[in-house]
Design a protein around this ligand. Structure first.
Ligand code: C5P
Length: 311
């Protein structure tokens, strides 16, 4: 039996993300869509504390309501720990305590951040010491966004979104995030996009073979220029998400009428991310959106990927 009172704890942290650009291409043989996306890691974090145990378990704490989250084998953090144990032949288990700050089912990659931080924490706790490349390979088996939660910063994702190349970025971008009271399932938003494309014979949403990230986006990130980024942000999942949740249209309008340079659906939503010129504009927009009874948080990016903390 593991003595939980005295066993060491490893603390790892991984960030949420915003896709500042997301073009969805054709469905591939594995059922996933071919993507071109620009990820930015932002300062909302998942903190994972891992303690040696005989079996695999997870509990949640944190600033947001986690009561609806699965804590059984379907949880992505448990899947991550089990995948690492399988890959390394480790025969023990782990107890994970996750302090959650990324909105749940919000399109900001919170579950992916849990998985990335868990891989890093367990690797350190168990002394399995895989290379970064080996950990990234396991990350890609867990979900399309897990490798980015691992690497963080600013990156271009292709394929399922898991083939990453770093992008040059300067400065800090300021975001105001309007959180929804409901979650949205990623597969249902992709299905809605597919339905649109079929229904409209691809006139309205032409499917781009081998989508690419627009050069303007890369230039805006490289220059650290929020106005230029606001002009070039794009998300192919926004129209289908608005179809499923029309109220998000009003949220986008409200933000853009109150000082946002632009608003964009984060990933598959329903979180709406507003880009603002600076901290002061962010505070003003937060006040305006809060007055409309929206739940709002601020964040900056880019930030680091998954790392071990010494607390
Ligand atoms: O990999 P992950 O579990 O995050 O993906 C969730 C779902 O999102 C997939 O099951 C799929 O329906 C959809 N998806 C997709 N194409 C991608 C990424 C995700 O169709 N490139």
């Amino acid at each position: 039996m593991t003595n939980t009172a005295t066993s060491p704890v490893v603390h790892a942290r991984a960030p949420g993300k915003i896709n500042v650009f997301l073009k969805v291409g054709a469905v591939m043989d594995d059922g996933y869509h071919d993507l071109a996306t620009a990820f930015q890691a932002v300062s909302l974090y998942e903190d994972v504390r891992a303690r040696a145990a005989d079996d695999f378990s997870v509990e949640f704490t944190g600033s947001i309501d986690t009561s609806g989250l699965a804590v059984d084998e379907s949880n992505l953090a448990i899947k991550a720990a089990r995948a690492l144990a399988r890959a390394t032949g480790y025969t023990g288990g782990v107890h994970l305590r996750i302090d959650k700050n990324v909105p749940i089912a919000g399109g900001m990659g919170g579950g992916s951040a849990d998985a990335a931080a868990t891989l890093l924490a367990c690797d350190a706790l168990w002394g399995t010491e895989l290379s970064r490349e080996e950990l990234l390979k396991i990350a890609a088996t867990l979900g399309a966004d897990v490798p980015f939660a691992f690497t963080g910063g600013t990156a271009i994702g292709t394929g399922r979104g898991d083939q990453l190349s770093p992008a040059l970025a300067k400065g800090t971008f300021h975001w105001v995030l309007a959180l929804a009271e409901f979650g949205m399932s990623t597969p249902s938003v992709y299905s809605e996009l597919d339905r649109h494309r079929t229904r409209h014979a691809q006139d309205i949403f032409p499917v781009q073979q081998q989508p690419t990230v627009d050069a303007d986006v890369l230039q805006a990130l490289r220059a650290g220029d929020p106005a230029m980024l606001a002009e070039s942000m794009h998300n192919d999942l926004q129209a289908p998400a608005l179809q499923l949740a029309p109220g998000l249209g009003r949220v986008l309008e409200l933000g853009e009428a109150n000082g946002a340079l632009a608003g964009i659906l984060s990933g598959s939503g329903p979180t709406v991310a507003f880009l603002v010129p600076d901290l002061d504009a962010g505070l003003e927009l937060q006040v305006a959106l809060s007055a409309a009874r929206l739940h709002v948080v601020r964040a900056t990016g880019p930030v680091h990927g998954a790392r071990i903390l010494t607390s």
